[in-house]
Structure formats: structure tokens, C-alpha cells
Design a protein around this ligand. Structure first.
Ligand code: HEM
Length: 502
């Protein structure tokens, strides 16, 4: 499809792919999305398209244009005000929503907590959560098998269960961000019904009323919507207040420990607290931000990861073989560190390829706060700009003709001099947009990659995954809901079989 057709489709509300539509849109399938990928990108990497009410938007794709937008002139752009206001009601103004000098200050002071030299101390706790989730999933499988709901083959049936991996992924990543981010276990893996987990879910769950509010936010200022006396507004605020008060208690506890020189924990909050740069209320905002930004994103990566491996059994087997060769058995207490995980070429290749192919955040927006330039083109103040990892991560001009194929091998060096494999063989670093780039890139990148690798290794090491719904082998049949993350509408149901011998 050429660019003109793509743009024409973007004009029609009903065929706007989720990644170009910031509020809940009708579910789309991957097939439709693939058809709508941009294939002919203009030289300057700037694609103009019309949005609702004929307003003009720019989709930025080319490396030079992305470098200007995300790095060189990053502070000429902010997140659109309705997005900021809507989220700040819940999260406060942490590093995700702060702008300008306030953002520079917050980011500078949080960076040490997210630097690799600190994140590497967290690998063992990520692995522990991987083990805990594997144990809980194994128990659920055995129960399932006893109820006779799994498969026909008797031997396999005893060790096979049906599960929605998106739910398990959410539970595991919530406990990881709780433990390694805040120093408090939400206990979601063991008991999803517990109060803290339920409260958390009512703040961040997608509800019908919430979706309608997001849609209305396109036309009505969020400040007015926030005061509508509807159940969604009331329940979210009560729940958010409760989570904020848990965060405040945690901060106070840790502050007291710090004052007594007894703060030994290495979670993100403890490191941020040691910097002394944040007020108590702003630290609460940061914690709410990490919960919001660092939980469903990684859970989405896990969901698509298991999906792609279930579709590609030979890749799954190869990964399982590497895990079993390089890592201690899942029931063993031996510590797993960054040295173990980061020296597993196939695991890292698979993780990178999943993050490229199904980038959890498909799309994000910016607004120019002053007259500026992108790739030599004047950009007037107020212009809305779209950035789409889903489009750029598939751009054939940077990835080559196999951009649309799922190929972990592209991340494995073909020889000692193959430097390009580090960027998946792409001709530019800007080809991989999953975490964006520059001062507003994902601050949790190293955290997320390590957590993802540990979870995927532990799950694939122990289980063999097959799709429950055969039709979903064809990506065109998986419905995807857009939003901040792009996830399968109906979850991801698989058969999971315990594979003995590890
Ligand atoms: C696979 C998992 C993840 C993906 C794909 C991801 C992706 C992103 C993206 C695309 C952004 C930029 C959003 C925008 O500016 O519009 C972002 C920002 C951010 N992410 Fe992540 N993220 C992931 C995991 C995490 C984790 C685990 C944490 C925290 C522990 C985290 C914390 C943040 C924060 C605080 C920001 C705002 C940074 C700033 O504006 O300076 N993310 N992330």
C-alpha cells in the first residue's frame, strides 16, 4: 500500500488503526494493521495526515526527523495537555508528566536509581518472581489437569492446563514493580484477590465509563470531566487515594530507616530517597508513575512473547534448551544474576525481537510548545505530532525487506566483526522506537529488559506453550485493543504443559 492510501484511511474514523488513535478505538486485527503500515516514507520522514475535525497532524518516522523531535529539540515538545491533565489527576506530576526544567530536574535525580549499575542488583529478585510465578502456575495447571479440562492425551493431560497468559503476566509484573520498585510486595502472584491488588486494579483497570470519558476528553476539557458525578470518577479517586497512602507510609518507613542509617534495601524508591532531591509528596507521585508506566507495559511484552513462541515451536524449543543449559533448575535456590542472563544470546535476541515486533506502546503524541523545526521543516507552535513504534519498527527502509518478519536471528552477530547485530541489523538506531530515544525515552529500559528476560526464561524453561485457539496461529485473527498499550482484546489463552527434567 502506498502512503496516499494509508493517509486516506487515516481520514476515515472507522479505519484509523489503534496506533494512530489515542483513545479506545474499535478492536483491530494485526492483518488490518499490517495492511496499513506505512511503506513509502518521504525523504524527510514527516507524514502529514488529517485527524478528527480536519485537524492536521504529523507522523514522524525518518531518523533525522526523529533525532530532532526526540533528542536535539526534545524540549520544544510536550505531551498534549489533555493527556497530561487526565493522567496527573491520578498520578500527580512525576517524571512521566513533568515538562521543561521540572522534568530535567526530576529525571536527573531519578537516573541513578534506573542506571544499569543499580538495575543489575535487581536481577536476582526478578528471577525470584519468575520462580514464584512458575510455582503458582504449576499448581494451577495440576489443579486444572485434575479437573480434566485440559487435553486428550492422558500422559500430557496430567501436566497440562489452560491459562490466560496475559493475566499471569500482569500478576507477575505487578509484584515485580511492587517489590523492586517500591519495596512492597502486592502479593498478586499468590493471591490476586488480596486488598492491595484489588485496589490497584480499580485505579488502573479499563472500564466502560473510563473509555467513554477518554473519548469525551477529545471534545470536553478534562477539568470539567473530572468533576462529573459518575461512579468511575468516585471509585478511581477513592482507590487512588488509598494507593497513595500506602506509598506515603512506605516512604515514611524508609525515611526513618535512612535516618537511623539502616536503609539496606536496593529498590528504586530507596535509591531515589537517598538522593534527597524529592519532597515526600513528589516521591508519592513518582511511585504512582512507576506503577502506571512499569507494570502493564512489561506484562504486554510477556503476553506477545508467549504468543509468538507458541506460534513458533522451533524457536520455543531452542530457547528452552538455552535456558536449561545456562540457568540453574527453577526449583534450585541458586542465585541468578545479570552475568547469567546477559550471556544468553538467544534469550536476548528473542526478547529484542518481541519488543520490536509487538512494541507494547504502539503510539504516542507530542505537541510543539514553540515554533520550531523538524528535519528542516518549520513546525508551528501547537502542532500535534504522532510517533509510532509500530510503524517505525517495521520500516523497510531501515530494517530491510524482511522488516515484517519475526526473526530473532537478526539480533545475533554473524561473526566477530558484525557490529550491526546490536541494533538488529537496522541502518539506524532510530529504527527501534519501543522505548523512544533521548531525554524523554523510557527511564525504565534496563529494568524492563532485565525483568522481561528473567520472566520469559523462567516460564519457557518450565512450560511448553501452545495456542488454545488454532485460528490465532494467523496473526490476522487476533483482535488488538489500542490504548496506551496494545494488547489482545480477549487475553491470550494457551495450553501450558510442564516439561520435566529441569
Ligand atoms: C517493556 C516494557 C516497557 C516499555 C515498552 C516502555 C515504553 C515506554 C515509552 C515508549 C515511554 C515514552 C512515553 C512517552 O513519552 O510518550 C516510556 C516512558 C517511561 N517509562 Fe517505560 N516502558 C516499559 C517499562 C517501564 C518500566 C518497567 C518502568 C519503571 C520501572 C518504566 C518507567 C517509565 C517512566 C518513568 C517513563 C517516563 C520517562 C520520562 O518522561 O522521562 N517503563 N516507557
Amino acid at each position: 500500500m502506498d502512503l496516499t492510501v494509508f493517509l486516506r484511511r487515516c481520514l476515515e474514523y472507522n479505519s484509523v488503526p489503534p496506533f494512530l488513535f489515542p483513545v479506545p478505538s474499535p478492536p483491530r486485527t494485526r492483518g488490518k494493521l499490517l495492511d496499513q503500515r506505512v511503506t513509502n516514507i518521504p525523504n524527510d520522514g514527516l507524514i502529514r495526515y488529517r485527524f478528527i475535525f480536519n485537524t492536521e497532524r504529523l507522523l514522524v518516522t525518518g531518523p533525522k526527523a526523529l533525532a530532532d523531535l526526540l533528542v536535539t529539540r526534545s524540549y520544544d515538545f510536550v505531551k498534549p495537555s489533555n493527556v497530561r491533565f487526565g493522567l496527573s489527576r491520578l498520578l500527580g506530576v512525576g517524571v512521566l508528566l513533568a515538562e521543561g526544567d521540572e522534568h530535567k530536574f526530576q529525571r536527573r535525580n531519578l537516573l541513578p536509581a534506573f542506571a544499569f549499575r543499580h538495575v543489575k542488583e535487581l536481577y536476582s529478585s526478578f528471577w525470584e518472581k519468575g520462580r514464584e510465578s512458575v510455582q503458582a502456575m504449576t499448581e494451577s495447571i495440576i489443579n486444572d489437569a485434575q479437573n480434566g479440562t485440559a487435553v486428550q492425551d492422558l500422559e500430557k493431560a496430567k501436566k497440562t492446563g489452560v491459562m490466560d497468559v496475559s493475566v499471569w503476566a500482569s500478576r507477575a509484573t505487578l509484584d515485580i514493580i511492587g517489590t523492586s520498585g517500591l519495596g512492597r510486595n502486592f502479593g498478586a502472584i499468590r493471591d490476586p484477590e488480596n486488598e492491595l491488588n484489588q485496589t490497584y486494579r480499580s485505579v488502573f483497570k479499563v472500564s466502560k465509563q473510563g473509555q467513554i470519558l477518554s473519548l469525551l476528553a477529545l471534545f470536553i476539557p478534562e477539568q470539567i470531566l473530572a468533576w462529573l458525578p459518575i461512579e468511575r470518577n468516585a471509585s478511581v479517586f477513592i482507590a487512588a487515594k488509598k494507593i497513595r497512602s500506602v506509598c506515603r507510609d512506605l516512604i515514611r518507613e524508609k525515611k526513618e530507616k535512612l535516618a537511623r542509617n539502616e536503609l539496606k534495601e536496593r529498590d528504586i524508591l530507596s535509591v531515589a530517597l537517598e538522593s534527597g532531591a524529592f519532597t515526600e509528596e513528589n516521591l508519592v507521585d513518582q511511585l504512582m508513575t512507576f506503577l502506571a508506566a512499569g507494570h502493564e507495559t512489561t506484562a504486554t511484552a510477556m503476553t506477545w512473547g508467549i504468543y509468538m513462541l507458541a506460534k513458533n515451536p522451533e524457536m520455543q524449543n531452542r530457547l528452552r534448551a538455552e535456558v536449561r543449559e545456562k540457568l540453574p533448575p527453577i526449583d534450585s535456590d541458586r542465585e541468578v544474576t545479570s552475568l547469567d542472563i546477559d550471556h544468553m544470546p538467544y534469550l536476548n535476541a528473542v526478547c529484542n525481537e518481541i519488543l520490536r515486533y509487538y512494541s507494547p506502546v504502539p503510539f504516542t503524541l507530542r505537541e510543539a510548545v514553540r515554533d520550531t523545526m523538524i528535519a528542516g521543516q518549520p513546525i508551528p507552535k501547537g502542532t500535534t505530532i504522532a510517533i509510532s513504534p509500530w510503524a517505525t519498527n517495521f520500516d523497510k527502509s531501515m530494517w530491510g525487506p524482511d522488516a515484517h518478519e519475526f526473526k530473532p536471528e537478526r539480533w545475533i552477530p554473524k561473526g566477530p566483526d558484525d557490529k550491526k547485530a546490536a541494533s538488529g541489523g537496522a541502518s539506524s538506531n532510530y529504527a527501534f522506537l519501543t522505548f523512544l530515544h533521548g531525554p524523554r525515552s523510557c527511564i525504565g529500559l534496563s529494568f524492563a529488559k532485565a525483568e522481561f528476560a528473567c520472566l520469559l526464561a523462567s516460564w519457557v524453561g518450565r512450560f511448553e506453550f501452545r495456542l488454545k485457539n488454532k485460528e490465532e496461529e494467523d496473526e490476522r485473527n487476533v483482535e488488538i485493543r489500542g490504548g496506551i498499550t496494545a494488547r489482545p482484546v480477549k487475553g491470550m489463552h494457551v495450553y501450558a504443559t510442564v516439561v520435566d527434567g529441569w
